[in-house]
Design a protein around this ligand. Structure first.
Ligand code: A3P
Length: 312
C-alpha cells in the first residue's frame, strides 16, 4: 500500500548525497563507467522541469524535423539512461513485463541506440558517468531547469499519478525542501550545471524562457546543435511543441503510463491526473499556501545568493 513517507523510505535511499531509488545501486557502477559517445546529445534535468518538452524539441532538431518518425514513442526515441532503476513501485513491478524494453532494460537500450542518440537523464552531475563528470568526454549537454515552486507542484501531481505518494501537497513540499524526493537535493542538481553554463558543449535552458518565447528558445537550441531552420520550419516546430499540441500527442503525453496506473488503483477522474497537466509558469500561486511560498523563497535565496541564478 502507499503511505507517503514510509513508502518513500522503503524504495529510496541516499546514494552519494542524492535521494535515489534503491534499485540504482544495481546500475551505479555501470553508469559510472559508461563509455560516452561525443556525438550523442544529453538532456539533463531535475524531474518535472520540462524534460519531455526539451526532448521532443531536440529529437526533432536532430532528426531533420521528421514528424512522421516522431510518432514513435518518445521513451524509445530519447531513452532515459537510468530508467531501469525507476521500475520499483508495486504497480510498476506488476506491469514490468509490459513496460517497454527501453525502460526495463534502459542501459542496454541506450547502448544500442544509433548515434547521435538523444539521451535523457535525471541524474545530477555527481552521479553521471565519470567521463562526463570529469570532462574527459564533451558531448553536447542540454540542461533544462524550472523554478522550484512550479517544479515541486508538478512533481507532487506526478508522484500521485504514478502512485508513489499519497499524502498532501504540504507534506510533499516538506519532502521536497528536505531533499527527500528522488534526484534531490534540487540545488545539488541545478547549480553544478549553472556553473558550467558557459562551457561550449553546454546549453542551459529555463522552462520559463521556453514559455515566454518558444521560437527564440528553439532557435537558440538549433544554433547550439548546428542546425539551420527556415522561418516556415521554425513556425511548424513551434506549433508542434505548443502545450495544446503536445497534450494531444500520444507519443509524448505518457497516456500509456496514466492508463497503467489507473489499472492498478483507479483514481478520481481529476484534471491534474495527467502528465501534461497545466504547462504554466507561476501555477504555484494558486496551489501553495503563502507560508510555504515564503519558505521556498527563503530557501531559494539562501542557495542562490552569489550565483546569479534567478527564476521568474
Ligand atoms: P505541469 O505539471 O506543471 O503541467 P517533465 O517532462 O520534466 O516531467 O516536466 C513535465 C512538466 O512540463 C509538466 O508541468 C508538463 O505539463 C510540462 N510540459 C510538457 N510539455 C509542455 C509544453 N509543450 N508546454 C508547456 N509545458 C509543458
Amino acid at each position: 500500500e502507499f503511505d507517503g513517507l514510509e513508502n518513500i523510505n522503503k524504495w529510496s535511499k541516499n546514494i552519494e548525497g542524492v535521494f535515489m531509488p534503491k534499485k540504482f545501486m544495481e546500475i551505479h557502477k555501470k553508469v559510472d563507467e559508461w563509455k560516452v559517445n561525443e556525438n550523442d546529445v544529453w538532456i539533463v534535468s531535475f524531474p518535472k522541469t520540462g524534460t519531455t518538452w526539451t526532448q521532443e524539441m531536440v529529437w526533432l532538431l536532430l532528426n531533420d524535423l521528421n514528424y512522421k518518425a516522431a510518432e514513435k514513442n518518445l521513451i524509445k526515441r530519447s531513452p532515459q539512461l537510468e530508467a531501469t532503476a525507476m521500475v520499483r513501485t508495486p504497480y510498476l513491478n506488476v506491469f514490468s513485463p509490459v513496460i517497454p524494453h527501453a525502460i526495463r532494460n534502459s542501459l542496454k537500450y541506450v547502448k544500442n541506440k544509433k548515434s547521435p542518440a538523444c539521451i535523457k537523464t535525471h541524474l545530477p552531475l555527481n552521479l553521471l558517468p565519470k567521463e562526463l563528470k570529469m570532462g574527459i568526454k564533451k558531448p553536447k549537454i542540454i540542461y533544462i531547469s524550472r523554478n522550484p515552486k512550479d517544479t515541486c507542484i508538478s512533481y507532487y501531481y506526478f508522484s500521485k499519478l504514478i502512485k508513489e505518494f499519497d499524502g498532501s501537497l504540504n507534506e510533499f513540499c516538506n519532502l521536497f525542501l528536505a531533499g527527500n524526493v528522488n534526484f534531490a537535493p534540487f540545488w545539488n542538481h541545478v547549480l553544478p550545471f549553472w556553473e558550467k553554463r558557459n562551457e561550449p558543449n553546454i546549453l542551459f535552458l529555463k522552462y520559463e524562457d521556453l514559455k515566454s518565447d518558444l521560437p527564440a528558445a528553439i532557435s537558440k537550441t538549433a544554433k547550439f546543435l548546428n542546425k539551420d531552420l527556415t522561418q516556415e520550419q521554425l513556425g511548424e516546430l513551434t506549433n508542434h511543441l505548443s502545450f495544446e499540441s503536445m497534450e494531444q500527442n500520444p507519443s509524448v503525453n505518457y497516456e500509456w503510463l496514466v492508463k497503467m496506473s489507473q489499472m492498478f488503483k483507479p483514481d478520481r477522474k481529476d484534471k491534474d491526473n495527467k502528465f501534461m497537466r497545466q504547462g504554466k509558469v507561476g501555477g504555484y500561486k494558486e496551489a501553495m499556501a503563502p507560508t510555504m511560498i515564503e519558505r521556498f523563497d527563503n530557501w531559494t535565496e539562501k542557495n542562490t545568493t552569489g550565483t546569479g541564478l534567478t527564476y521568474l
